[in-house]
Design a protein around this ligand. Structure first.
Ligand SMILES: [Zn+2]
Ligand SMILES: [Zn+2]
Length: 292
């Protein structure tokens, strides 16, 4: 292959995927306009982009109160005009702690206007933000991780959501705090993690394979490959891939590694959502970039 798309992006494997976790400058912690991300996505022949904006009503969160639906709608309209029929543009939101804030979120956001709703646990009740280092300073970090999984279970049991975002994000905080982060939580909290996976399978919530940890010190996906394997063994089929893009230089980072991991673990398809309904497309490129 000699054309520019593959040369610029070190191989064609990144092509024909739909990145289901991409932030635009509509989130306070991200700074690239949606229209520009569409152009960048076309450069590498992505089949589609699932945009998300943070909807955080937790006052502790950096993105608290930063969501403006009318501005986000305009961004997505611009992205769709830019995309034409060359790349699929999907409109989603990432709701922080929906098991706690869902009612308030639904007062300001009509979920039926979105292609998908992603549920995310960034903060633990009574403990604080798990993605930064501060929370681990005076606590037993394993107790926090245990709490993280218990609260994830509560979230997936209760919230109206299509995708479970970045399960295992606490590792980012552990790595930042200089703590041990290469343990296998599946051995420590087997029952809780199995329970989470069973609930998402029963409720048709997709598991997101988030590749943002691959660009950080912890150098692993969220969730870990071990949890991905268990999900597959338990009959889990709904899976999305997301880079959690926020800004340069990590745009669409880790997608080809994510795809390789899924194929290695026996997945043949991956998912995206339109009008909150899941669709699937093959992980193996079949001659065009049109998702099925
Ligand atoms: Zn998140
Ligand atoms: Zn995100």
């Amino acid at each position: 292959m000699t054309y520019a798309g593959s040369v610029r992006n070190s191989g064609e494997e990144i092509m024909f995927l739909i990145d289901m976790h991409v932030h635009t400058d509509d989130s306070p912690d991200a700074d690239i306009p949606a229209g520009e991300l569409v152009v960048r996505g076309m450069d590498i022949n992505l089949a589609g982009i699932g945009f998300v904006a943070h909807v955080d009503l937790n006052p502790e969160d950096y993105c608290y109160g930063g969501f403006d639906e009318s501005i986000y709608n305009r961004s997505i309209d611009i992205a769709r005009r830019e995309a034409g029929d060359k790349i699929l543009v999907l409109k989603g939101i990432e709701v922080g702690e929906p098991h706690i804030y869902e009612e308030q979120v639904k007062n300001i956001v009509d979920y039926s206007n979105y292609d998908f709703i992603t549920g995310a646990l960034h903060s633990l009740s009574g403990i604080g933000m798990v993605l930064g280092s501060e929370v681990y300073e005076d606590e037993d970090y394993l107790e926090i991780v245990e709490q993280y999984y218990l609260e994830t279970l509560q979230m997936v049991e209760e919230a109206d959501m299509d995708i479970l975002a970045h399960m295992g994000l606490f590792r980012r905080g552990l790595a930042l705090a200089g703590l041990k982060h290469d343990f296998n939580e599946l051995e420590l909290w087997t029952d809780t993690i199995r329970h989470i996976l069973k609930v998402i399978i029963d409720r048709d919530i997709a598991l997101e394979l988030n590749t943002s940890g691959l660009r950080r010190k912890e150098n692993t996906t969220y969730p870990t490959p071990e949890i991905l394997v268990l999900y597959k063994e338990m009959g889990g089929q709904l899976i999305t891939v997301g880079s959690d893009t926020h800004r340069e230089p990590y745009i669409f980072y880790g997608l080809s590694d994510g795809r390789k991991l899924l194929i290695e673990k026996g997945f043949r398809d991956t998912n995206f959502y339109i009008n909150r309904e899941s669709r699937k497309y093959p992980l193996f490129h079949q001659g065009n970039n049109t998702p099925i």
